[in-house]
Design a protein around this ligand. Structure first.
Ligand code: AHR
Length: 539
């Protein structure tokens, strides 16, 4: 490798698909041979005419499942002094409203595949307590579709409803669309009005089931069978409301033995009826990385790869069907999740709101979440909706108890994306020294994403420094723009990659101000080791 020229290096990167992520890399090995020992500077070129796509805010959605304490004790706690007259936790609601989460998926997840939505509507005193088989928990049904939509409107989020295609039928999925979206004069719309909701909810986004490729999923069937059911459900749902956006279940991750083949077979059956396909992915610093943080922080590049692979399958099916329609991708579950996972963590022992999947996040998790957000931003040409899984208490950025909440480490990169990533995504050229990860090739130490909002004249840059030892200098060259002011410059970093937050130490890991670079057409950023940085400029 050390004898390769830079141009063959670029060809190699292009062939391996890595150059498409918006950067160019030089390996440490090549550097050792060709250049003196000082770490080379990295350089990033931004040009307002080189754009990837308009940023769809739905890229920064989230997810709430009837699981553990996400709903009960998370967003809904009637009787608590912290709750309003609807039973909604005011502190949590305010926080999510302030964050500006644009879209929230509900009610599952695995839960939805055994869920009867009729159990969760109507007078609360008549709603049944049922056994939820997905999480072996008791579901009281005191919170259901109407409460969720009301709560969503209060936080300013769009609801993204999943239908039950496990034990549920296409007929009942269409009935739910009618219950939610038809104004009046039909069986299900009149039932909604009888339940006290005169106006239709106008739910636009729908998932056709959840992880139907997984043997753990209630109602799991082979791909072609699911594809036929999804097609029928989509057909019936669209007959009720032609404006709905429908997303079929894709593979629940690249490690599935049916990965890509599931997606192909499903889409062969329902391509014409759906608007998109779902992707799921959870990352961990575990067997895959051997606990090596350098490898762990490179894993967002495998999310890039997953997006490319699923997009390729969609486009093969499009070609085979001679279809004029391109599907979008919906990454409707993504996060770090590996500690509170497995049989001892997912059994609710038939309790109401048990403590399940209460993953504690540390600094390195937050850095990877920053990288994953960079990937989603860079892939906004194809990924239109994405949901951080989940939002409260269950693998979540927010953790509650009866007297308040605290923010986990992963909250911060997510909050930055929500606040600062706006407008159009720029196609950056990033030259960065790199290190080698066998499964991923040359991994650049720096990973960046940027947006430009022509309306407000603001540009924002998010940079992950994967170097665990060294600070890295980054020269930012604005080709055709001259930033006049740096309006924000913050960094998430620390000495202890394993540090986390808790009720006792809620700000052990939190953003710190970073010395702002001098504004101008060339700006130099000093990026601390093990860091995720956000810089905003006014043009
Ligand atoms: O988000 C937790 C679980 O992970 C979801 O219920 C399921 O869809 C996925 O396997």
């Amino acid at each position: 490798m050390s004898t390769r020229s830079h141009s063959s290096r670029r060809q190699f990167l292009a062939r391996s698909g890595l150059a498409g992520a918006g950067w160019l890399a030089r390996s440490e090995l090549a550097r050792a041979v060709n250049t003196p020992a000082a770490p080379p500077r990295a350089r990033l070129i931004a040009d307002s005419t080189r754009r990837i796509a308009p940023l769809d805010r739905n890229l920064f959605g989230s997810f709430l499942e009837h699981l553990g304490r996400a709903i009960y004790g998370g967003i809904y706690e009637p009787g608590s002094p912290l709750s309003d007259s609807n039973g909604f936790r005011r502190d949590v609601l305010e926080e999510i409203r302030r964050l500006g989460v644009p879209i929230i998926r509900y009610p599952g997840g695995n839960f939805v595949s055994g869920y009867h939505w009729l159990d969760g509507v109507g007078p609360k005193k008549d709603r049944p307590r049922v056994l939820d088989l997905a999480w072996n928990s008791i579901e009281t049904n005191q919170f259901g579709t109407n409460e969720f939509v009301t709560w969503c409107r209060a936080v300013g989020a769009e609801p993204l409803l999943a239908t039950n295609l496990g034990t549920g039928t296409p007929e009942m999925a269409a009935a739910l669309v009618e219950y939610c979206n038809v104004e009046k004069g039909t069986k299900w719309s009149d039932l909604r009005r009888q339940h006290g909701y005169e106006q239709p909810h106008r739910v636009k986004y729908w998932c056709l089931g959840n992880e139907m490729d997984g043997p753990w999923q209630i109602g799991h069937v082979p791909a072609a069978e699911y594809g036929i059911k999804a097609r029928d459900a989509a057909h019936q749902m669209r007959s009720v409301d032609p404006s709905v956006k429908l997303v079929a279940c894709g593979s629940s991750g690249p490690l599935m033995p049916t990965y890509l083949e599931w997606d192909r077979q499903t889409l062969e059956e329902c391509y014409d009826q759906v608007d998109g396909i779902s992707l799921h992915r959870y990352f961990g610093n575990d067997q895959e990385t051997g606990g090596d943080t350098s490898k762990y922080l490179a894993l967002n590049l495998s999310m890039d790869r997953q997006i490319e692979e699923i997009a390729a399958v969609c486009d093969v099916v499009r070609g085979r069907r001679r279809s004029g329609k391109t599907l979008w991708l919906q990454f409707d579950e993504w996060n770090v999740w590996y500690r509170a996972r497995g049989p001892q963590f997912d059994n609710g022992h038939r309790q109401v709101a048990p403590h399940l999947l209460e993953e504690v996040y540390n600094l390195e998790d937050a850095l990877l979440v920053g990288g994953l957000l960079n990937t989603l931003i860079r892939r906004s040409d194809r990924v239109r909706v994405a949901c951080l899984a989940q939002l409260v208490n269950v693998i979540a950025p927010l953790m509650t108890n009866e007297s308040g909440f605290f923010r986990q480490t992963i909250y911060y990169p997510y909050a930055w994306a929500l606040e600062h990533a706006r407008g159009t995504v720029l196609d950056l050229a990033l030259e960065s020294p790199a290190y080698r990860v066998p499964s991923l090739g040359d991994v650049p130490y720096l990973d960046a994403a940027a947006t430009l909002d022509p309306e407000t004249g603001a540009a924002s840059l998010m940079v992950l420094n994967r170097d665990l030892e060294k600070a890295r200098e980054l020269e930012v060259v604005w080709r055709d723009l001259t930033p006049a002011r740096v309006t924000a410059c913050q960094v998430l970093t620390g000495d202890d990659l394993k540090a986390s937050n808790s009720f006792e130490s809620p700000r052990r890991v939190a953003p710190q101000p970073l010395e702002a670079p001098r504004p101008g057409a060339r700006m130099t950023l000093q990026l601390p080791p093990r860091s995720y940085t956000m810089v905003s400029v006014a043009l």
